[in-house]
Every structure is written in structure tokens, then in C-alpha cells.
Design a protein around this ligand. Structure first.
Ligand SMILES: Nc1ncnc2c1ncn2[C@@H]1O[C@H](COP(=O)(O)OP(=O)(O)OP(=O)(O)O)[C@@H](O)[C@H]1O
Ligand SMILES: [Mg+2]
Length: 260
């Protein structure tokens, strides 16, 4: 049996709602084979992040290249990158193994306000990884930082997405989860055209791992051969359903329900 293979490069959230564990749950829902290279171990639960410890360069490279020497993924998902050297290693791996279907979730700050990377790393990502990115999924704060623009409405978001596309990204999805409104609209920009995915804001505190789940679902569906537009569409509907049916696990921001 042939099965699409997806590699996630992300952090470990031991509470299972975000990071590599959320990615693997999402990959499993879509019946693709999931693999994971860990960038950082965090100590966190649903209400706080106590510590973030990045994986040192030697171990990170060994994790990444040992897997790739054996198994070539159909798509690659990159999220939390706490250190510069990870960016360089991923670029080398992309060139050496001719990787395809690259989804990057440029994670910067956690829901609880912890910095998960530095501005310097994001700048290196812009120059090294954006030109090879098929789908980039910044939230509003991340899109503002990347472009230096303020996003208050649909037009601002379109301008920011266009500016990110000039950095080399093929499809830019600006997520509306943090919009100051009763809607959570996501905007997909590609080659001068914009598509809006409209949603009412779901009234729940259980939104731990929404961004991870969405980008993992996009990767899974790209690996199955869907176009970027279709993969984004399926992924947004899946994430929305997972938020609507989210789980009251833990006393803070609970996780999504990945299996409906
Ligand atoms: N309360 C909500 N109601 C409906 N949709 C939501 C809600 N919160 C987030 N979403 C959706 O979840 C997806 C992820 O968006 P979000 O802006 O939360 O990403 P993020 O900030 O990167 O998440 P994370 O905090 O996990 O990194 C988007 O499709 C967004 O519209
Ligand atoms: Mg995020």
C-alpha cells in the first residue's frame, strides 16, 4: 500500500494540544503517514509554558538528516524554529533531498504570550525559506511583523499578503483567529487574487493548537495531491469542526477534537 508521507519539524508540547503531537493527530485523521523532527522541548500545559529548551544543532541535524537519508516525505511542514541554525539546515535538506510541498507556519508567540523564536530567526526565515515556501500561514501578529504593516481590516490583510508574496511565498494564508471581531475570517492570497474563508467566531476558550492543526491539515492534503487552494479549503473546514467540538481537557485553553 502506498501512503503519502508528511514530515513535521516542530516543537514538543507534552500536553498534546499543539506542536508535533497535534500535527501527528491531524496527519492520522487524514490517513497520511506522519513523521516528526523536534526543534524544542517545552514544558507546558493548557494554561502556561514553563520552559522552552531548543534542540542543539548537532542533534537537530542528526534528527533531520537521519530521517531524510531513509525516507523522503511527500510534504514538509515547518513551524516553531527557536534557532537560526535550524533554518540553514532545513534549506540544506531542501536542496539535498529536493523536497516539495513546503508549508511554513511562522510561529512567533504562544497564546500565553511566550516568545517561541526571535525576530532574527524570522528574518533569516524570510530570506532563506520564504522563496521555497508553497503555503505560509501567519496569524495577524506574525503577518504584521513580517511586513511591518498594520492589519486592521480586509484591505490591510490583502496588502500584507501581497507583500509576503513578493518575498517569494506562493500562497499566503493570513489567519483571522486573533482578529478583533465576531468573525474569524482567513484570507488566502495567490498571484494577485484573494479568497476569503468566512467564519463566525466560535465562543470557546479551547483553542490550544489551532494554528498547528490548520497547517498540519494543509500539509496532509498537499501530500495527497490536492492543489494548494483545495488543501487550504479542506484544512480550514477541518480546523473549524475541530474547534466547534473542542475538548474540555485541562483547566486553561483546552485542545481541539482532531477525530471528527
Ligand atoms: N474562536 C474561533 N472561531 C472560529 N475559528 C477560529 C477561532 N480561533 C481560531 N480560529 C481559526 O483557526 C485557524 C487558526 O487561526 P489562528 O489565528 O488561531 O492561528 P494561530 O494564532 O497561529 O494559532 P496558535 O495560537 O495555535 O498558534 C484559522 O482558520 C482561524 O480562523
Ligand atoms: Mg500560530
Amino acid at each position: 500500500m502506498k501512503i503519502p508521507v508528511v514530515l513535521s519539524i516542530a516543537g514538543l508540547d507534552p500536553s498534546g494540544g499543539a506542536g508535533i503531537i497535534a500535527d501527528i493527530k491531524t496527519f492520522s485523521y487524514f490517513k497520511v503517514y506522519g513523521m516528526g523532527v523536534i526543534t524544542a522541548i517545552t514544558a507546558q500545559n493548557t494554561f502556561e509554558i514553563k520552559r522552552v529548551k531548543a534542540v542543539e544543532k548537532k542533534l537537530f541535524d542528526e534528527e533531520l538528516f537521519t530521517v531524510l537519508n531513509d525516507i523522503k516525505p511527500t510534504s514538509l511542514k515547518v513551524s516553531m524554529l527557536p534557532c537560526d541554525y535550524m533554518v540553514g539546515s532545513i534549506k540544506n535538506a531542501y536542496e539535498k533531498y529536493k523536497l516539495k510541498n513546503i508549508v511554513i507556519d511562522p510561529v512567533m508567540i504562544s497564546k500565553h504570550g511566550n516568545e517561541l523564536t526571535s525576530k532574527k530567526v524570522i528574518k533569516t526565515m524570510i530570506s532563506e525559506l520564504f522563496p521555497i515556501t508553497d503555503v505560509l500561514t501567519p496569524n495577524i501578529t506574525e503577518a504584521e511583523f513580517i511586513t511591518g504593516l498594520q492589519i486592521k481590516n480586509y484591505e490591510d490583510a490583502t496588502n500584507a499578503a501581497r507583500s509576503i508574496s513578493y518575498m517569494g511565498v506562493k500562497y499566503v494564508l493570513i489567519k483571522g483567529g486573533h482578529a478583533n471581531s465576531d468573525k474569524s475570517n482567513d484570507i488566502l492570497y495567490h498571484s494577485g487574487k484573494t479568497k476569503i474563508f468566512r467564519h463566525k467566531r466560535i465562543n470557546t476558550k479551547n483553542t490550544h493548537g489551532t494554528g498547528c492543526t490548520l497547517s498540519a491539515a494543509i500539509s496532509a492534503n498537499l501530500s495527497k495531491g490536492y492543489t494548494a487552494e483545495k488543501a487550504v479549503d479542506i484544512a480550514i473546514r477541518y480546523t473549524n469542526r475541530a474547534i466547534k467540538n473542542s475538548l474540555n481537557i485541562g483547566s486553561g485553553n483546552g485542545p481541539l477534537n482532531h477525530f471528527l
